[in-house]
Design a protein around this ligand. Structure first.
Ligand SMILES: [Zn+2]
Ligand SMILES: [Zn+2]
Length: 327
């Protein structure tokens, strides 16, 4: 039984350029209702030693050990490696070898803010590594920072990400706040929901969800996307057959409401995206939604569209899922 739980997968502490202590970050994240966070300091894993079982019990929060490889050619989020991997001399042409080393160390790799401003303003933040082994990259941070769609870098990521999917690569979505400091004011926040075996929040389950593509990102509402065919039911990251199918979307408005209700988030429509194009759209009335149709090879995802206090009109993206693949 897969159960989706909310995470914040991109955080910094005083072990790199953040202002948080490790316990301070954990307490701040727990207050926003996350089930777990990843510790991703720039080129440092020393913060992980400060995570104790007592702190995890006190905050009710699990911490996934990680690091943000921070290089001149891009930033890579690396979670759960069981050994040290030297990132210092990785170049655009040797990134595949480094990705293989991460996989060999049982870690998971995700590309952070791929369309951040690069040189000369923010040297190294833009993704310029020449990956050919996309099978060794598990996820793309398509939303970076709070209030994500107000940022040009995130608007630029979507066509690039969809292009990779259209080339046949399998990549999950993540939202990363890139959180560095305690909040002095309220923000429109994001969460990455991960589909965990039995809902158990621990590092192996988290890494497995990212590898399998069981993720969706949201400003608040929860999403359950399934594809029903004669052969059975398929969830995020799974591979169904091209052909007739019924896509079902269920939306939940009850989780973590205290965090997001102040932004007047309203889901107006549910969009079915197939191979990067809008295939169908239905108004959201509160009831489950279903799309019955002939599906081509490729991939599909659901997008929730609507309005919120920081947006313009009813077409803002409220949530989007990783793909279900169609072979
Ligand atoms: Zn970064
Ligand atoms: Zn970062």
């Amino acid at each position: 039984m897969i159960c989706y739980r909310p995470f914040e997968l991109h955080n910094h502490t005083q072990h790199s350029d953040g202002q948080f202590t490790v316990p301070g970050l954990m307490k701040a994240a727990a207050a926003y209702g996350y089930a777990g966070i990843a510790l991703t300091d720039h080129n440092a894993v020393t913060g992980n030693a400060e995570v104790t079982p007592a702190l995890e019990t006190e905050t009710g929060l699990r911490v996934i050990p990680g690091i943000e490889w921070t290089t001149f050619y891009g930033h890579l989020l690396v979670l759960g490696c069981d050994r040290f991997i030297d990132w210092r001399f990785v170049t655009p042409d040797t990134i595949d070898t480094a990705l293989q080393e991460i996989a060999d160390a049982h870690g998971v790799a995700g590309i952070a803010h791929p369309r951040e401003v690069g040189s000369p303003l923010m040297c190294g933040c833009n993704w310029e590594f020449r990956v050919t082994r996309w099978d060794l990259v598990s996820y793309i941070e398509v939303w970076s920072q709070e209030d994500p769609m107000s940022r040009t870098k995130n608007q630029l990521v979507m066509p690039w990400y969809d292009g990779l999917l259209n080339q046949g690569h399998r990549l999950a979505v993540s939202a990363g706040r890139d959180w560095h400091a305690p909040d002095s004011k309220a923000h429109l926040l994001t969460a990455t929901y991960l589909g965990l075996s039995e809902g158990e929040v621990n590092t192996p389950n988290t890494l497995a969800a990212l590898r399998a593509g069981r993720t969706y990102i949201t400003l608040g509402p929860t999403v359950d996307l399934t594809l029903w065919q004669e052969e059975g039911c398929f969830g995020l990251g799974e591979t169904a057959s091209a052909g007739q199918g019924e896509v079902r979307v269920q939306i939940g408005l009850d989780e973590r409401q205290a965090v997001w209700e102040q932004w007047n988030i309203e889901v107006k429509t549910v969009r079915l995206v197939v191979n990067g194009e809008t295939a169908a759209e239905q108004p959201f009335t509160g009831a489950p939604i279903s799309f019955s149709r002939e599906l081509p090879r490729g991939w599909l995802r659901a997008e929730l569209r609507g309005s919120h206090a920081r947006g313009n009109g009813d077409g803002e993206i409220i949530a989007l899922t990783s793909p279900i693949y169609l072979a």
